[in-house]
Write a protein that binds this ligand. Structure first.
Ligand code: SAH
Length: 239
């Protein structure tokens, strides 16, 4: 196994880079890829930058150039459900591109030629990632919860209740919104790479989103990503 770890923001990956054994850095396509061992697991960590195209090219490069066999995305997201609170974690069962609409040629949200409007994540990896998250959250204050379900991605920072409300009308089971996951999902689906996605909720995708988001990323998100990946890697048998 060679694990690709993608995050959108530097704060989310700093700790992991410091924990990497025998790190080896390579710059390619304006991104810095760091290969090495994380808790005995052969890994490559990289920042995707923000948005679906950025995430797609990063995921494809991890597979084609760095030969990763599995991908995990760790990041933050806005809540899209009243039951999902800031500090909670969502592990995706499936992802949709909430801004994709080729209707009437294809149903809204369907990605042409795939027949899918939601890309499922790898079951076994998502289960392991959920267990790793649960173990990490047990030691956190304020009793954060873990949720499993649909995450929506689009090239939009959602910061307005009405916008979120419209998305929720179209995708009632939507739990969180972010800007990269569904792109990684499509690349992994098309290249046959098992993947899992976890998002810590940083904001409520409303008018306060930008301030909440900035504060959260700096104080909490980095710890979460580190703690969850540590548990995940320790739970795997290195090959
Ligand atoms: N101001 C930031 C921009 C971050 S964009 C900067 O200077 O770098 C927000 C990032 O967090 C994206 O990578 C996205 O995946 C996630 N995210 C968090 N809250 C979000 C929301 N409400 N809507 C969309 N994406 C959100």
């Amino acid at each position: 196994m060679r694990l690709g770890i993608i995050s959108a923001l530097a704060e989310e990956q700093q700790g992991l880079l410091e924990a990497m054994e025998s790190p080896y850095k390579l710059i390619h396509g304006k991104r810095e890829y760091t290969a090495g061992k994380l808790w005995k697991i052969d890994s490559v960590a990289v920042l995707s930058r923000i948005g679906k195209v950025a995430a797609a090219v990063t995921a494809a490069t991890l597979v084609e150039k760095f030969n990763v066999t599995h991908i995990i995305f760790t990041g933050v997201a806005g809540s899209a459900d009243l039951g999902v609170r800031v500090g909670d974690v969502v592990v995706a069962d499936s992802l949709a591109q909430h801004d994709f609409d080729a209707s009437p040629l294809f149903p809204r949200f369907e990605i042409p030629l795939t027949g899918l409007s939601r890309m499922p994540t790898d079951r076994e990896m998502s289960l392991k990632l959920s267990l790793a998250t649960r173990e990490f959250l047990e030691n956190e204050l304020n009793n954060p919860q873990i949720h499993r379900g649909l995450i929506g991605s689009g090239d939009q920072f959602i910061k307005d209740r009405q916008h979120l409300g419209k998305l929720k009308d179209a995708l009632p089971d939507l739990l969180a919104v972010e800007m990269e996951g569904a792109a990684v999902a499509q690349v992994c689906h098309e290249l046959g790479i098992p993947f899992a996605i976890m998002r810590t909720i940083s904001d409520n995708a409303n008018e306060d989103a930008a301030t909440d988001f900035m504060e959260f990323v700096q104080t909490v998100a980095s710890r979460y990503a580190y703690g969850v990946i540590e548990n995940f890697c320790k739970g795997l048998t290195p090959t």
